[in-house]
Design a protein around this ligand. Structure first.
Ligand SMILES: C[S@@+](CC[C@H](N)C(=O)[O-])C[C@H]1O[C@@H](n2cnc3c(N)ncnc32)[C@H](O)[C@@H]1O
Length: 391
């Protein structure tokens, strides 16, 4: 790989400012490229008058042709790409280990891509295994040999038993499970079949926020996956929990997670159902819960889907507030970066009003600390978690 001799690519569009401010993506149509470049090739980004302003690496196929590693003004000396990666892997791990007690929480995001200045790669750590996802072949080629780099950066602090590449096809492996702890609550995580690398660890701090309010209350966990919010609420003394998800395997896993924590099963109910169907029936029956948590998949995975998403979120919030006890707590989440904070809050307010109820906002949170957000990269600010009272 031509790491020491970066190949020039020239900006066609006026992007120098946003690149210098730290935006890590350059789209193909913003560049003039004369050479044929291979995946992972280190490139030097130049202005039209030939001034180098950044270094990054090439992706042959993605619309994001260059992911920027380092930007710099006149006279800047760019670092060697290999050293940068090693340093940044170590620094990212330092930031996690400074704040985590591994005996209580041993599932965390070690590398959060662009937001940890390691564009195009994500690493989650589960007990003793690193689960890696590359955003395409450009990043995979650039970070090669990534497993060796990870092991080196982890020494001697974090023993790694295995490294799994979730973005590479794995044939013949059906499941690969680990037991982890999250704030001392136990979960079994399927590293092969599980969504998002196994567990939605970005909601870790929000699960604690909900658990903090759960004692003595009934809790409805919508889009419950393997029971994260409900298990934490039950451990914290919830009077009852209902977990709803349309995927049978995740509901079975949720049940196992309750058992794993020796929780009373007569106070835990599980529903393999579409959330909208479940809520519509619950509204008709007049069922109510003191705390309702809604954590759907992204309704707006693309910009073009935002209009439809607005309606879906609003309908969901209408139904969710209709089943919240008067004065109860609605915790609504969205993991779509295309659907902004203001839009999301508006969808809650409109939905609650539509249900004939009143909304009193309490607080808004984002992803857990191991999912940092780079100010210059709004695309990376995806998770919203809003708590408020429904009167
Ligand atoms: C973002 S995850 C939820 C993560 C979970 N709150 C946690 O803390 O682990 C979304 C879940 O919604 C489920 N899902 C998607 N659409 C659904 C629907 N219409 N009805 C029920 N579940 C749905 C998926 O199976 C997935 O488990």
């Amino acid at each position: 790989m031509t790491r020491d001799h970066p190949r020039p690519v020239v900006l066609r569009k006026k992007l120098s400012r946003s690149i210098r401010q730290g935006h890590p993506w350059i789209y193909r149509d913003a560049l003039n490229v004369r050479d044929v470049l291979e995946n992972g090739a280190v490139v030097e980004v130049r202005t039209r008058d030939g001034r180098p302003i950044a270094r990054g690496f090439w992706d042959e196929r993605s619309p994001i042709a260059v992911r920027v590693l380092e930007a710099g003004g006149p006279g800047h000396r760019f670092a060697n790409a290999d050293s940068l990666v090693t340093e940044r892997l170590r620094a990212a791990l330092d930031r996690r280990l400074e704040r985590l007690d591994l005996s209580k929480t041993n599932a965390f995001r070690w590398v959060h891509g662009e937001n940890d200045l390691l564009p195009g790669v994500h690493v989650d750590f589960y007990a003793d295994t690193a689960v890696v996802r590359f955003d395409g072949d450009g990043p995979r080629a650039f970070y090669e040999p990534f497993e060796t780099r990870l092991r080196l950066a982890a020494q001697p602090r974090l023993p790694i038993r295995a490294v799994i590449d979730r973005s590479a096809p794995r044939t013949g492996v059906e499941t690969d499970e680990r037991e982890i702890v999250e704030n001392s609550v136990r979960f079994v995580v399927d590293l092969v079949r599980g969504q998002k690398g196994g567990l939605f660890i970005d909601q870790r701090e929000n699960r604690i926020r909900v658990a903090g309010r759960a004692r003595g209350n009934s809790v409805l966990n919508l889009f419950g996956y393997t029971g994260g919010f409900a298990v934490h609420a039950a451990v914290a003394g919830a009077q009852s929990t209902d977990t709803v998800d349309m995927a049978r395997p995740v509901i079975e896993a949720a049940r196992r997670n309750f058992e794993l924590n020796n929780l009373p099963m007569d106070r835990a109910r599980f529903h393999i159902l579409d959330v909208f169907t479940f809520l519509t029936a619950a509204v008709q029956r007049g069922d109510r819960w003191d705390i309702v948590v809604s954590d759907p998949p992204s309704f707006a995975p693309k910009k073009a889907a935002v209009h439809a998403a607005r309606q879906t979120y609003q309908r969901l919030h209408e139904l969710a507030s209709a089943v919240t006890t008067p004065g109860g707590l609605l915790c609504a989440s969205s993991c779509s970066s295309h659907f902004g904070k203001d839009d999301f809050l508006a969808s809650i307010e409109a939905g609650v009003r539509q249900a004939g109820r009143e909304w009193v906002f309490e607080a808004q949170y984002g992803a857990a600390f191991d999912h940092p957000v780079l100010t210059a990269f709004p695309e990376g600010d995806y998770l919203k978690f809003v708590m408020g009272r429904v009167h």
